[in-house]
Write a protein that binds this ligand. Structure first.
Ligand SMILES: [Zn+2]
Length: 138
């Protein structure tokens, strides 16, 4: 009996949490990244808001201590998992940016000096101004 009650509650809460997400996906998700980063942030904020609501319901006597503990633990675990995922994506994006900067710097460095005669050249020169040999363009 208790299990059914908890499941029913959980379903209601889950529907409540999911509803604004589904609504949002229909409209306003033409935003930047394709990695779903913004969606994760939204999910995280919704989970945290739900946890606050659970606390409110518990303190106002709408939820029993047992129900509150179980639901709160469940939502907290999900929030923690989401936060870890968000951190992973952030780290990955930082790595990408650092890789790009490194590649760009290397490209600049390679083109600064002619590999044949060592003369300095502008980064957008195609040929060495000193000896005329082609400079790395890739
Ligand atoms: Zn040269």
């Amino acid at each position: 009996m208790n299990a059914i009650l908890i499941f029913g509650l959980f379903t209601i809460v889950a529907a409540y949490v999911a509803a604004p997400l589904i609504k949002k996906r229909d409209g306003a998700t033409l935003v930047k990244n394709d990695d779903g980063f913004d969606d994760l942030e939204t999910d995280k904020n919704n989970l945290l808001a739900t946890i606050r609501e659970l606390e409110f319901d518990y303190h106002t006597g709408k939820l029993s201590a047992a129900d509150f503990e179980q639901l709160e633990r469940d939502y907290r675990n999900r929030a923690v998992a989401l936060i870890q995922k968000i951190e992973e994506i952030k780290n990955r994006e930082m790595d990408d940016i650092e890789d790009q900067i490194r590649a760009y710097r290397q490209k600049l460095a390679e083109r600064m000096f002619c590999k044949i005669c060592g003369a300095k050249s502008n980064t957008d020169d195609k040929f060495c101004s000193q000896c005329g040999s082609p400079l790395n363009s890739s």
